[in-house]
Design a protein around this ligand. Structure first.
Ligand SMILES: NC(=O)c1ccc[n+]([C@@H]2O[C@H](COP(=O)([O-])OP(=O)(O)OC[C@H]3O[C@@H](n4cnc5c(N)ncnc54)[C@H](O)[C@@H]3O)[C@@H](O)[C@H]2O)c1
Ligand SMILES: [Zn+2]
Length: 373
C-alpha cells in the first residue's frame, strides 16, 4: 500500500491519507469505517461510473456493516451545476443523513467536485471520502479540497467551497475502463505538476511517455499489467499536490502555481463548449500558450518550450489552440477568470524546468502572439 499524507496547517485533526492500492475498491467499507466511523454512507456517482463500479462499492460497504445508499447524476461537465447539487441534496434529505454520515465520491473530477460541494453545504459539512476513477481525478482533483459547480454566466467552478476530504482511496485498476481521450487529461495535469514544480518528475515522465500512451490505447489489458507504473505516476503527483496544499491550503500564494496552463485553458474549454475540448486538452494548449509567453519575455529559452511540446505530443495531447476559436474571445474570457485581481490577469509562467512564478502584467498583445504564434 502506498500512502501519501496531506498535512494541513490547522493541525493533525484535519490531516488525511491518500491510499493508492490496486483492488482498494473492495475495501471501501472497511476503509470508510476507519476514516469516518460505523453507521451509514451515501455514495455519489455518475451514470457512467455508477453502473460500472456502484454495485461493487455497495457490496464492500455492506460487508463492513454500513447501511449504504447510491445516488447517481447524469455524467458530464454540463451537469456540474447547482441544479444537480440541489437534486443530490433532495436525495440526502430523503435519507437519514446525520452530521457524521460520510459521502463517498465515486467518479471523475466532476463527481468529486459536485459530491464534495454537496457534502460541504449539507448540514454545514459532511465528511467526504474521495474515490477517484479517472486519471485526472487520481492525480489532481481528488486531493486538496476544492469543490464546486459551474455557473452559466460566471463560468467554471465559480460556485464552490474549500472542503477537504477525510480520506482519498485510489484503486488504479478502476482506470481499466477509462476511455482513451480521458487519459490525456490526467497526463496533462501530470505535466503541469512537473513543469511548474518538479524537474525530476518531468524527466521521469519524459522517459515513460510512450509507456503511458500504450496504457491509454489499451487500458483494459495494460492497466493490470502496468499497475505498478500507474501507481507510481499517481503517487508522484499526489506527493507534489499534497506538499502544495499543506503549504497553502486556500491559495494565498504557492498553490496558485497549480494554475499553470489554466488561465487560457479555462477560456478555451468554455469557448469550445464544455465537452468539446476536454479539460486536460485545454490545459495542454494553455501550458503551450503560457510557455510561449515565457519564451517571448526571455524567462526561458525555446529549448524548454520544445521539451514541453515534445512531451505533450508524445502523450497524444493537443498543443495548438483550435483554429475556430478567436484569440480576441479567448483574451476577453481570460480577463473574467477567478484568478483576476484588481482587473489584472494573473498568469503562471515557467522560468526554468520545474520552477514557475505568478505574473500579473501579461498584456493582451503578448497573449495574442502566444495563442497564434
Ligand atoms: N477540484 C480540483 O482541484 C480540480 C482539479 C482539476 C480538475 N477539476 C475538475 O475536474 C473535472 C474534470 O474531471 P474528469 O476529467 O475526471 O472528468 P469527468 O468526471 O467528467 O470524467 C470523464 C468521463 O469519464 C467517465 N468515467 C469516469 N471514470 C471512469 C471509469 N473508470 N471508466 C469509464 N468511464 C469513466 C465519466 O463518467 C465522464 O464521462 C472538471 O470539472 C475540472 O474543473 C477539479
Ligand atoms: Zn485542471
Amino acid at each position: 500500500m502506498n500512502i501519501v499524507k496531506v498535512k494541513l496547517p490547522a493541525g493533525a485533526a484535519r490531516a488525511y491519507d491518500i491510499r493508492i492500492q490496486p483492488g482498494l475498491l473492495d475495501e471501501l467499507g472497511r476503509q470508510t469505517v476507519r476514516i469516518a466511523g460505523a453507521g451509514s454512507v451515501v455514495i455519489i456517482s455518475d451514470t457512467n461510473v455508477g453502473p460500472l463500479y456502484g454495485a461493487r462499492a455497495e457490496r464492500a460497504c455492506a460487508a463492513a456493516g454500513l447501511r449504504c445508499e447510491l445516488l447517481t447524476f447524469p455524467a458530464g461537465e454540463e451537469h456540474k451545476t447547482i441544479a444537480t447539487a440541489a437534486k443530490l441534496w433532495d436525495g440526502l434529505a430523503a435519507q437519514s443523513v446525520e452530521r457524521a454520515t460520510p459521502v463517498v465520491a465515486l467518479g471523475g473530477g466532476v463527481v468529486g467536485d459536485v459530491a464534495g460541494f454537496v457534502a460541504a453545504c449539507y448540514l454545514r459539512g459532511l465528511p467526504v471520502v474521495q474515490v477517484p476513477t479517472t486519471l485526472l481525478a487520481c492525480v489532481d482533483s481528488s486531493v486538496g479540497g476544492k469543490t464546486g459547480v459551474d455557473h452559466p454566466v460566471a463560468g467554471k467552478n465559480m460556485i464552490g467551497a474549500f472542503h477537504q476530504p477525510s480520506g482519498v482511496l485510489i484503486d488504479p485498476l478502476l482506470l481499466a475502463s477509462l476511455p482513451q481521450r480521458e487519459w490525456s487529461c490526467g497526463l496533462a495535469e501530470s505535466v503541469k505538476h512537473a513543469v511548474a514544480l518538479d524537474a525530476k518528475f518531468f524527466r521521469w515522465l519524459a522517459s515513460r511517455a510512450e509507456q503511458f500512451a500504450a496504457i491509454a490505447a489499451r487500458p483494459a489489458s495494460e492497466v493490470v499489467r502496468q499497475a505498478d507504473t500507474l501507481a507510481e505516476l499517481i503517487r508522484w503527483n499526489c506527493r507534489i499536490k499534497a506538499a502544495i496544499v499543506a503549504a497553502d491550503e486556500h491559495e494565498a500564494g504557492l498553490r496558485s502555481l497549480l494554475n499553470f496552463g489554466h488561465t487560457t485553458g479555462h477560456a478555451i474549454e468554455t469557448l469550445a463548449g464544455f465537452g468539446h475540448v476536454r479539460h486536460g486538452e485545454a490545459v495542454s494548449m494553455g501550458m503551450a500558450v503560457a510557455t510561449r509567453i515565457a519564451v517571448g519575455r526571455g524567462l526561458v529559452d525555446s529549448a524548454l518550450l520544445d521539451q514541453l511540446l515534445g512531451l505533450l505530443t508524445r502523450m497524444n495531447l493537443p498543443t495548438a489552440v483550435p483554429a475556430g476559436l478567436s484569440p480576441g474571445e479567448i483574451i476577453k474570457l481570460t480577463t473574467k477568470d477567478k484568478k483576476v485581481r484588481g482587473g489584472r490577469v494573473r498568469f503562471v509562467l515557467p522560468f526554468a524546468m520545474g520552477q514557475a512564478k505568478l505574473f500579473d502584467d501579461v498584456t493582451p498583445s503578448e497573449l495574442e502572439r502566444a495563442i497564434r504564434p
